[in-house]
Ligand binder design. Structure first.
Ligand SMILES: Cc1cc2nc3c(=O)[nH]c(=O)nc-3n(C[C@H](O)[C@H](O)[C@H](O)COP(=O)(O)O)c2cc1C
Length: 259
């Protein structure tokens, strides 16, 4: 039976309509699940960089949630002073949104990390010891690599200068090159390094060639071969976020309290 060209066109349109409804309703209905999974992934990264992810047994959603609730305390701080600000709701705080709003952020001074705006407040995470005291703090960092913006966390001892770990949870660098920032062997080079020198200047950086162990070479970490541009980005974002416009005042407070 020949139904003519109008039938063919209408049939194709009907199929396209049904498919687009299916795809968009799947996207809408899965969005909350995606957001939940992203939040869970971030909690897992925070625990991992804090050295608090259980080393034995399956790491299930429940294990991550329970460990996060028990050992991590999110806090809002005002970057300019480094002081905690309890007037800002820590749960509702959305770092990506506040940085777009002129009421909660300002234009960043020129910087090599290519950070464009600095928020007035930031959410940090305190990792607690068994007695509930602050053992280390986990600070969010971000900045340009070669192809993408890298988003991660730096874990710092409560002395305000000793690094405990560095982890990225999102980036678009090349797998096998810049993507090696995720390699556990490279990440292991960070623990024990010092952010600041004796005068309070940020000295932590990635260098080409070989850096010594943390005791002998406290401020330098080996670059990744074939990924100098990504690792230069790591140096630049550390310089910015540990500096006076980032967490510098907060970390100075920790160093003062530890003395
Ligand atoms: C397809 C392609 C992807 C690359 N991806 C990266 C990357 O993700 N990060 C990076 O630093 N360099 C990347 N590079 C290499 C840079 O262009 C540059 O050669 C390198 O950063 C220099 O590092 P090296 O001094 O250790 O050799 C890529 C190069 C090519 C051709």
């Amino acid at each position: 039976m020949n139904r003519g060209p109008l039938y063919t066109v209408l049939f194709a349109l009907a199929v396209a309509l049904v498919c687009s409804v299916l795809v968009s309703s799947a996207a809408v209905s899965l969005a909350p699940r995606q957001a939940e999974n992203q939040a869970l992934d971030r909690e897992k990264r925070i625990l991992e960089v804090a050295g608090l992810l259980p080393t034995s047994g399956a790491i299930t959603r429940e294990v991550v949630r329970a460990q996060f609730e028990a050992r991590i305390r999110p806090r809002i701080i005002r970057l300019e002073t480094g002081e905690a600000d309890t007037s800002v709701d820590v749960e509702a705080f959305d770092p990506r949104r506040v940085v777009k709003d002129p009421k909660t952020s300002r234009v960043a001074p020129a910087n090599a990390a290519q950070v464009l705006r600095v928020p007035t407040h930031a959410r940090i995470y305190e990792a607690l010891d068994d007695a509930g005291g602050i053992e280390r703090v986990i600070l969010p960092i971000e900045g340009k690599g070669l192809w993408s913006t890298l988003y991660g966390y730096l874990a710092v001892d409560r002395d305000g200068t000793t690094v405990r770990g560095l982890i990225y949870y999102a980036h678009g660098e090349t797998p096998g090159l810049g993507g090696e920032v995720d390699n556990p062997r490279w990440r292991a080079l960070w623990a024990g390094r010092k952010i600041f020198d004796a005068h309070g200047a940020v000295r932590l950086q990635v260098v080409k060639g070989r850096a010594g162990p943390p005791e002998a070479d406290p401020h330098r970490v080996d670059s990744i071969s074939g990924a100098t541009l990504t690792t230069n980005g790591v140096t630049h974002m550390l310089a910015f976020w540990m500096g006076e416009h980032g967490f510098g005042p907060y970390l100075a407070g920790l160093r003062g309290a530890a003395r």
